[in-house]
Design a protein around this ligand. Structure first.
Ligand code: ATP
Length: 351
């Protein structure tokens, strides 16, 4: 079988010495960013082929999505932009959420690190956010039982909280991190967030060398903007994770820089951390290509192509810090294509 089992159980397709990964360009700036990824991989001689699946945002059925999920099941690995769901049919749920749920991608990880030469609110930020990715407020269980009264279910399970908490502590242990902070609102949502917090606290007992504390989500947002350096690894339910991820990305330079990883027991999906669509800047050659290129580097690391991953990250670093080629979101005047061409220029010189 062409799918090789990795030691950690995650799958990856390999045909004739080349990896095949699913590419979902999505909407807005997604397609142009994927074009840059393909160009960098081609010019860099990176042995990865893409199986591209377009998902029509206006479609009233999920045939495209089903095909995309089948492709990821086959290839094990995917790189994606944000998928839009424009159908007015309330039975058509967010396709991003359905995809994560179908593939049981229970954890989303973003590692937010400051880049020295970029103007940002804070310097020397280095925080890992571990977010529950398949339940909580994203259960998509809403109904209007009585006209004018909408109920929405938030689902927290012990099973998913346990494996998420274990993931966060293992990540901290394997990366030499000192502290895990659980983010919650257990003072109000005593049962749901209470279960989440209790599960994290119990898990911490297995990791006596790692400090554990917790913080309420509202205080967490204030602490993040005033003193983000106090955080190390943060673990939280789904919606808080979405908000916190965007806040921290904003602290170090915005939506165009940081990548995010989605893992389950079998599949891995890589994307920009803030999951932005960027419709208003699509086609203007101004979108920052770095977040998607960082996602592609994460993907190469996952596939075991360590040297190619290193080259992309080094070229990104040199382009941002030494050459200072910055797109408008970083207060620069460079075009997206200037950044990409400079990155390629570096990559082809590395031996
Ligand atoms: P849009 O209409 O642009 O899609 P939105 O409100 O849906 O806006 P997002 O797509 O989530 O917002 O993006 C948030 C903000 O970050 C927007 O201003 C968007 O233009 C900007 N943005 C997102 N990705 C990038 C990128 N790669 N480079 C530069 N700016 C970006």
């Amino acid at each position: 079988h062409p799918q090789a089992q990795r030691p950690n159980g995650l799958l990856r397709a390999r045909y004739g010495g080349r990896n095949v990964v699913t590419m979902l360009p999505g909407a807005g700036i997604g397609p142009e960013l994927m074009g840059y990824v393909k160009e960098v991989f081609l010019k860099g001689g990176i042995p990865v082929d893409f199986e591209t699946v377009q998902i029509d945002p206006k479609s009233d059925n999920n045939d495209d999505l089903k095909y995309a999920i089948m492709s990821i099941r086959r290839n094990g690995v995917c790189i994606k932009g944000n998928i839009e769901t424009q159908s007015l049919d309330s039975a058509i749920f967010s396709r991003n959420v359905v995809l994560r749920n179908e593939l049981d991608l229970f954890v989303n990880i973003i590692n937010v690190q400051s880049c020295n030469n970029i103007s940002s609110r804070h310097k020397n930020v280095n925080v890992i956010v571990v977010r529950q990715n398949t339940e909580g407020e994203y259960a998509m269980l809403e109904h209007e039982g009585v006209k004018g009264v909408v109920e929405s279910m938030k689902v927290i399970t012990k099973t998913n909280s346990t494996r998420l908490a274990r993931y966060a502590f293992e990540l901290a242990k394997n990366n030499g991190r000192a502290k895990v902070t659980a983010i919650h609102k257990a003072n109000i949502m005593k049962l749901s967030d209470g279960l989440f917090l209790e599960t994290c606290r119990n898990m911490s007992l297995n990791y006596p060398d790692i400090k554990f504390d917790d913080m309420i989500i509202d205080n967490c947002c204030m602490q993040l903007v005033s003193n983000p350096h106090q955080f190390d690894v943060m673990v939280m339910p789904n919606l808080y994770g979405s908000i916190v991820s965007n806040v921290i990305c904003g602290l170090v330079g915005g939506a165009g820089l940081i990548s995010g990883k989605n893992y389950g027991d079998h599949y891995a999906v890589f994307e920009p951390a803030t999951r932005s669509t960027g419709s208003s800047i699509a086609g203007t050659n101004t979108a920052n290509p770095i977040a998607m290129l960082n996602a592609s580097a994460d993907m190469l690391e996952h596939l075991g192509h360590k040297m190619h991953c290193y080259k992309i990250r080094k070229a990104i670093c040199e382009t941002l810090n030494e050459n200072k080629i910055h797109t408008p979101d970083l207060n620069g005047t460079a075009k997206s294509s200037d950044v990409v061409q400079n990155i390629i220029k570096h990559i082809v010189t590395y031996t």
